[in-house]
Design a protein around this ligand. Structure first.
Ligand code: ADP
Length: 243
């Protein structure tokens, strides 16, 4: 059985290549509150996409719909051939392995070293023996944190913690990087460094989706920007890079 056995009902229309992620008339309701209303968005493999809009517009909720952080109330989500409505519980890890997720508040384990925070994920994806050490060091090197491997997260600056979180998100070689306000707690220089890392991983072939209301960083980077307003797609455009 392959992961392509889940034939999506959200038909790939007449596209030559099916999108990596398809949200098809998606609604998400929390009680009487509608967080997402009739969202239809396709994201192709290797795209770099910003989800923007004011606080409360539905950015985090939209990201959660893609990795089954929460189920949709109505509509369909298809990720890399998996129709999430039909995904059995035992296949959820198959979906989650496709994602590396970065949060505004880092979510590192404070009582474990930087090294261990990464090693736990490297081991969890099946790496064995001395390959674990090699992989952890290579990941830390890629985010410029190899000198801090013995530190504990509370002893690091916000920018350093987020660099470790980026390395951890990459540890399983995910196809898709989701970042939910990744620079929301950082100063300008640290934020730029995180953006540069995300761009680097994109250049290496990952699909990157960033929820942010940091319009300056969006303008500096350019690319596809989906703006949400009150749970709906207000605009979905490509903006030029400023510099
Ligand atoms: P954003 O990420 O753009 O700030 P969110 O996706 O977090 O927006 O939230 C969209 C809307 O859904 C907001 O009105 C928020 O209050 C509401 N919401 C989000 N999560 C929940 C929840 N677990 N329970 C109730 N309401 C929620």
């Amino acid at each position: 059985m392959t992961e392509f056995d889940d034939t999506p009902e959200a038909k790939p229309s007449d596209d030559a290549i099916a999108p990596l992620i398809r949200l098809f008339h998606v609604y998400k309701r929390y009680g009487a509150k509608t967080a997402l209303a009739d969202i239809s968005v396709d994201i192709a493999e290797k795209e770099f996409v910003f989800i923007s809009g004011h606080s409360g517009a539905g950015k985090s909720t939209l990201l959660k719909m893609t990795y089954l952080g929460e189920p949709v109330s109505q509509g369909q989500v298809v990720v890399d051939g998996l129709n999430l409505a039909r995904l059995s519980r035992d296949r959820i890890p198959l979906l989650r392995r496709k994602f590396g997720i970065i949060f505004q508040d880092y979510k590192l384990i404070p009582t474990r070293t930087v090294y261990d925070n990464i090693a736990l994920v490297v081991e969890a994806v099946g790496t064995r023996g001395n390959l674990i050490d090699k992989r952890v060091k290579s990941l830390l090197r890629s985010v410029g944190m190899e000198d801090r491997q013995k530190s504990y997260p509370p002893g690091l600056s916000g920018g350093e913690q987020q660099r470790v979180a980026v390395a951890r998100a990459m540890a399983g070689n995910p196809k898709i990087i989701l970042a939910d306000e990744p620079t929301g707690s950082l100063d300008h220089d640290a934020a730029e460094m995180i953006f540069d890392l995300l761009k680097k991983f994109h250049a290496h072939g990952a699909t990157v989706i960033i929820a942010t209301h940091d319009t300056e960083l969006i303008r500096n980077t350019g690319g596809r920007v989906i703006i949400l307003k009150q749970g709906c797609v207000e605009t979905d455009t490509v903006i030029p890079k400023l510099r």
